[in-house]
Design a protein around this ligand. Sequence first.
Ligand code: FDA
Length: 400
Amino acid sequence: MAGIGGRATMTPGYDAIVLGAGAAGLFCAALAGQRGRRVLLIERADAPGKKILISGGGRCNFTNIHTAPDRYLSANPHFAKSALSRYTARDFIDLVDRHGIAWHEKTLGQLFCDGSAKQIVAMLRDEGAKGGVDLALGRQIADIAHADGRFRVTHGGRTDAAPALVIATGGPSIPKMGATGFAYDLARQFGLKVVEPRPALVPLTLGGEDVLFRDLSGVAADVVARCGKTEFREAALFTHRGLSGPAILQISSYWRHGDEIGIDFLPERAGGWLPAAKRAHPRGTVRALLRDALPDRLAATLAERLGADGDLDNLPDRVLSAAERQLADWRFRPNGTEGFAKAEVTIGGIATAGLSSKTMEAKTVPGLYAIGEAVDVTGWLGGYNFQWAWASGWAAAQAL
Ligand code: FDA
């Protein structure tokens, strides 16, 4: 076993064992270590922070300056409030600044490293080293037992014990990176409930009539995507399987099987623009007007499907108004998602009803904690999920 910074260590008794050296586990272990706790951090993979490394296209969108509880989904929308308010985006930015990591706001409050996501992992390892955290990599957890107020974790042929155990093994999104429902099995072992996990921030698939839109694979447009009362204005991208792009990924978290989504392809246009265009350009066509605002292939497909062919002059206002309404709320009925294989995060997870929102400790199992994506708290796209990992990790670390 090695110290998190790489030095060899003795094998002392531990105050806490953290399972999973991802964003939440690395941060929680480091902070607890810095508070004087002897911490063992156990990771199955051969290196820590693998999702951090691939995040944000390799630049890690590490937080969002607009972090607020209403940008998180959970069976209990109030649960995340306490942790998010006590460890804020500003706090994490200060840490990043203290490590001299340059960053920029890309869009919508999303902060990315100027350089590489590797800097965030290095920062977390450095913080862990400051806290004297022992990091055990490449360990399969064979067994976890709980007796006499101690958790005994058997991993890689040895057993370590501590009075506190933190579940930070994330969710099942991207199984090819080794992600599993391990956290849920463990939570159930201790009598905690699990809100049914489903893929989120995930592309949607189209079938039936909508399948024709697959011909537009690769075409993107700035749209408003809606599902129920929720809407996002960002880019949508047609794919060979259906719909993706930030607007769709965001709305996917709110979408349930059977729901329609509505897309406004021309969010800048005020009501009545098509009849007004007819008066200004009677010889124009709907297709040409759409081409002014949208990529050619998308404009052509929409115009064809609207069935509003020919000169505007020959189209009655009621036909143009109907076309306008459809363009502002084009209905798609996705037949599914691309699943956990393509989901950036998991919605659902360890039920918050069984956890303290202040400390993340299980109400019925003193000493057991759950943090990060393993918990039923899921953020929007754009740095919100890492901020939850930091904030929940911080909350647990204060209690360890
Ligand atoms: P995380 O998954 O990071 O860590 C869990 C750790 O536990 C892993 O290291 C895993 O190997 C380990 N583990 C699992 N089972 C184990 C076991 N049985 N024993 C021991 N260890 C085990 N979010 C964001 O805010 N900004 C972004 O830019 C992105 N970008 C992004 C891109 C892609 C492609 C994905 C898939 C996801 C994102 N995310 C994101 C989401 C973000 O990565 C995610 O919310 C956090 O990594 C969650 O942190 P956790 O520490 O909870 O889990």
